[in-house]
Design a protein. Structure first.
Length: 517
């Protein structure tokens, strides 16, 4: 148990290390990439990616089901159950990979029908090549999903997060030379595909050598497959919803406005993606534990406690980012990607603000799945996502990329904010009142930094990068001190103090050893 706890802690730390690398990459690499590609080609890259990403729906939600059935088999274990489960999943995902390639070929042959009149002839040629490479890359991720599921099920978070960290480090260093040589967005996709192959090989090697994973391909249990499909169908429906919420805006902008508007939305979307990942970095390492609790005892008090504990940590981290973006975001966008992307600030605000509530509650999704109670959520979200499209179309005609973000904002507030809290309380058994009481107790620590930030926003003009960086550093220090003193509980303070004390102790010991030598 202590080993698993250490794996979770290390997994969270490595997740944030990977996040830090991705943030630094975005800060340094993105402006260079935008200047080399230009707004139109970057918009084209984002547009094609948003369309190809729909093929990711072919996994039908089976990735999420592995953990539930693995946990159930571990409680009632027999010798070959895991081998049969691995074999069944590998067969399913290899079939999905083949279907992905077939659908990709059909899309490429009908590319002009997909994008309408929003592209030039040259853009259509580039889009065809990009789509071919992206489809191949996506097809490779399907068999890799099986190995990733096995690693997470065994709670080997250190290896998994190290792979993600290395991938995040290598991507810009390998891509930039190709951009400088003139390969453009095609070079970017080639590097992504190469890294996907490397990750697939690494994960497969680790599973086969570390866990001695075996795959039993004969005598497929069709009864189990049917049960899995009943479970995963609504996860699949939820994935459709996510695709609508995060990808359809780019597609609509590409058809109705053009690639420049897609580029503006894409910058905000990149910030939104980093924001989403900051939250899942914590909750993802608790997925095996949640499934184990539900399989063994289904104790709602224990689930509420872990739901609240993870939510508080996510809230502390995300509110720092969100409040900082409100204050410094406009200047940050200006220095980061330039005046022509200034509209991205408002698009980002409309995306980041409403998504914060579901992000601090995203462990609840895993609780629903573990309890097999995720069906209602998916159906309700589906209709809200359709409403998102209906709202977005007239908004896009009037306000462009900001209008697209407005439609998404409305759907997130209604579905993820209002409906889900009602559902958690009355249908899942999570004590939402206890949860929000604990979340609001953190807010005492926000009064000082938010007041200081508001005064800063009104009085200081961040006209240079040095002044902007100084403002961000000062605000972050004020926030951390205030939240630590007035917002955190004793357990959270220990989470902060323990690694700092360990680091200071090591530095002191090394200094003493150096003095002796």
């Amino acid at each position: 148990m202590l080993f698993m706890k250490n794996q979770r802690k290390a997994g969270v730390i490595l997740s944030y290390a990977a996040q830090l690398v991705q943030i630094l990459t975005a800060l340094i690499y993105t402006p260079i990439m935008l200047r080399i590609l230009g707004k139109s080609e970057y918009g084209l890259y984002q547009l094609v990616n948003s369309v190809v990403s729909y093929l990711g729906l072919l996994n039908l939600g089976f990735s999420a089901s592995y953990m539930r059935f693995y946990s159930r088999f571990k409680v009632n274990y027999d010798d070959d159950s895991e081998q049969k489960l691995n074999g069944m999943f590998m067969i399913i995902f290899c079939i999905m990979s083949a279907v992905c390639v077939f659908c990709g070929v059909v899309m490429i042959l009908n590319i002009t029908s997909i994008f309408g009149k929003g592209l030039t002839i040259k853009e259509y040629e580039t889009a065809g090549i990009l789509m071919s490479m992206m489809v191949l890359n996506l097809a490779l991720t399907f068999p890799n999903s099986v190995f990733t599921c096995i690693i997470i099920a065994h709670e080997k978070f250190i290896f998994q997060k190290v792979v993600i960290l290395v991938q995040a480090l290598l991507n810009p260093f390998l891509t930039l030379p190709l951009l400088l040589l003139g390969y453009g967005s095609i070079g970017m996709v080639c590097v992504t595909t190469m890294l996907t192959v490397a990750v697939l090989i690494s994960n497969a090697f680790y599973c086969l050598n570390k866990f001695h994973s075996k795959f039993y391909f004969r005598h497929i249990n069709f009864g189990l497959l049917k049960e899995m499909w009943h479970f995963t169908f609504f996860i699949f429906l939820n994935q459709i919803i996510d695709q609508i919420n995060w990808s359809v805006d780019k597609f609509l902008l590409g058809r109705m406005v053009g690639t420049a508007a897609v580029a503006t939305y894409g910058i905000a979307g990149q910030l939104n993606s980093l924001y989403l990942q900051l939250s899942t970095s914590i909750s993802s390492v608790f997925i095996p534990k949640v499934n184990r609790i539900v399989a063994e005892s289904d104790n709602n008090e224990e689930l509420t406690e872990i739901f609240t504990r993870v939510g508080r940590i996510q809230f502390i981290v995300l509110i720092l980012i969100l409040s900082g973006f409100y204050i410094f975001g406009k200047a940050f966008i200006f220095f980061w990607v330039g005046e022509e992307y200034k509209e991205s600030y408002y698009v980002a605000l409309f995306l980041l603000t409403p998504v914060t509530v579901p992000l601090i509650q995203n462990l609840g999704i895993e609780i629903q799945r573990a309890k097999n109670r995720h069906q209602v959520r998916s159906v309700v979200y589906f209709f809200i996502a359709i409403a998102n499209i209906v709202i977005s179309i007239p908004f896009i005609r009037r306000w462009g990329s900001v209008g697209a973000a407005t439609g998404t904002m409305v759907s997130l507030i209604v579905g993820n904010g209002l409906f889900m809290n009602w559902y958690y309380y009355f249908c899942i058994g999570i004590d939402v009142r206890y949860y929000w009481k604990n979340i609001f107790s953190v807010c005492r620590g926000l009064i000082i930094p938010l007041t200081a930030g508001y005064i800063s926003f009104k009085l200081i003009v961040y006209s240079t990068i040095a002044r902007l960086c100084m403002g961000i550093i000062v605000y972050t220090l004020i926030y951390c001190i205030a939240v630590y003193s007035m917002g955190m509980n004793q357990e959270e303070r220990e989470l902060v103090k323990a690694p700092l004390l360990k680091l200071l102790t090591r530095l002191y010991v090394r200094k003493q050893e150096g003095n002796k030598n």
